[in-house]
Design a protein around this ligand. Structure first.
Ligand SMILES: Cc1ncc(COP(=O)(O)O)c(C=O)c1O
Length: 427
């Protein structure tokens, strides 16, 4: 089917995510992609400066990953994952263990970032339940958090316009102010109070960078203090590394920048290089111990039809090999270094504030465009402006950020920067 054959009526059959059904932007049919570039049916090239919702780390249509999926599809495309296992899953678990904290002992597979969070929450609640501590039901989460779109993950996320229709169905949590240099003493005192509560079960957080909340960043020192305090009280710490994992913040996981290690780590997005969906919930031996039993009632009774899919595991193993290569590490550093120089240019604009940089993510707030919010005027203006100029960015309200695939070339990155600077000059 070519572009001319995709009519508006055909397109209208599809209900796209996070998009009103009456949508002035439309949906651009993409024919193919390579590296950081998307190619439309109309012959336009668009640079994917947001890694297609933060998943794509090694570039689009990566041959090594595609080959791995192809080979695996011909060998074993899928098998029920209860009562059976297979080499790609075992290899992936072993690969993950080489980059997770030393005290980690179990890898649970699911389908995406949200399900990795659901599993983490169930693990945490049932950790206490299995030990007869059913009263431990309170979860602490950070103000501004986004952990996904399923009911558990919505419950531990910021209450916002996104989840308003579902407020009556979300469970209560304790919300902790987002830590900043200015408020940290107060935040720590509040956290001290919350974790001192006998009912406190777990603390969930996006380490170092809150993604959808506006690419808000906080320091490793603050995270270290929060985790240490929580763990000294036996509160389970759940790191949502769904966005921050796979080198995004400069280290493999954001938590690698602190000494403490979370009890549970949620991984997704970049794990397959952005080729196929996969969620991982990994835990340490302390969590595992509460489930070590032959009794079905003590087992984690959770699973999905496609759990542990071999083709997806093969894609993840191929992505892992690329991630471990010196070339990938160099690319992460190269993108970071280029962002550093770009930051200097950003500083010359009055309308730019709160410039922040962490690994391969650079973000800033645009003054005069109202509050941070998905539905803001900034987004309505900026999104189409950049698309017309061949750059895909998706502002979070008045927050503009770049989060490119690591393989983006210097020329491509320069073009993205220049388009942004040109916008700022004319704004
Ligand atoms: C930190 C974080 N957690 C969880 C999710 C949910 O992941 P998914 O969209 O794969 O369900 C996201 C998605 O953006 C995320 O950024």
């Amino acid at each position: 089917m070519n572009s001319a054959e995709i009519t508006q009526t055909d397109k209208d059959l599809i209900w796209h995510p996070f998009t009103p059904l009456v949508n002035p932007f439309g949906h651009i049919p993409i024919k193919s992609a390579k590296g950081a570039k998307l190619f439309t049916h109309e012959g336009q090239t668009i640079i994917d400066a947001v890694s297609s919702w933060w998943v794509n780390i090694h570039g689009h249509a990566n041959e090594q990953i595609a080959d791995a999926i192809h080979k695996q599809a011909l060998e074993l495309e899928h098998v029920i994952f209860a009562g059976f296992t297979h080499e790609p899953a075992v290899r992936l678990a072993k690969n993950l263990m080489t980059i997770l904290p030393d005290n980690y002992s179990k890898i649970f597979f699911s389908d995406n970032g949200s399900t990795s969070i659901e599993v983490a929450l169930k693990m945490a609640f049932q950790y206490w339940y299995n030990q007869g501590k059913e009263h431990k039901t309170k979860i602490i989460a950070l103000d501004g958090a986004y952990h996904g779109d399923t009911f558990g993950s919505m419950s531990v996320s910021e209450r916002s316009g996104f989840t308003r229709p579902f407020f009556p169905f979300l469970f209560d949590i304790e919300s902790l102010d987002f830590p900043t240099e200015e408020n940290f003493d107060k935040v720590l005192a509040h956290f001290d109070e919350l974790t001192n509560d006998e009912a406190c079960a777990a603390f969930i957080f996006e380490p170092l960078v809150q993604g959808a909340g506006g690419m808000r960043m906080y320091s490793p020192e603050m995270l270290q203090q929060l985790i240490s305090l929580a763990q000294s009280r036996g509160v389970i710490c759940i790191a949502d590394e769904v966005m921050t994992g796979w080198g995004r913040t400069g280290t493999t996981f954001a938590c690698d920048q602190i000494e403490a290690s979370p009890d549970i780590t949620c991984i997704s997005k970049g794990i397959t290089g952005g080729a196929l969906p996969l969620g991982i919930t990994a835990c340490n031996s302390k969590i595992e111990a509460a489930f070590q039993s032959e009794e079905l009632s003590k087992a984690l009774l959770h699973g999905h039809s496609y759990t542990g899919n071999p083709m997806i595991c093969a894609a993840a193993n191929a992505s892992f090999e690329i991630f471990e290569s010196p070339e990938c590490k160099n690319n992460i550093q190269r993108v970071h270094n280029k962002h550093l120089k770009f930051v200097e240019q950003l500083k010359t604009f009055d309308k730019v504030e709160n410039i922040r940089l962490q690994g391969t993510i650079v973000a800033f707030d645009l003054k005069g465009f109202g509050e941070t919010g998905y539905d803001s005027d900034a987004r309505k203006k900026i999104y189409p402006y950049f698309l017309e100029r061949g750059v895909l960015i998706r502002p979070l309200g008045n927050v503009i950020y770049l989060l490119p695939p690591y393989v983006i070339t210097d020329d491509e990155l320069d073009l993205v920067y220049e388009t942004l600077l040109e916008f700022l000059r004319n704004e």
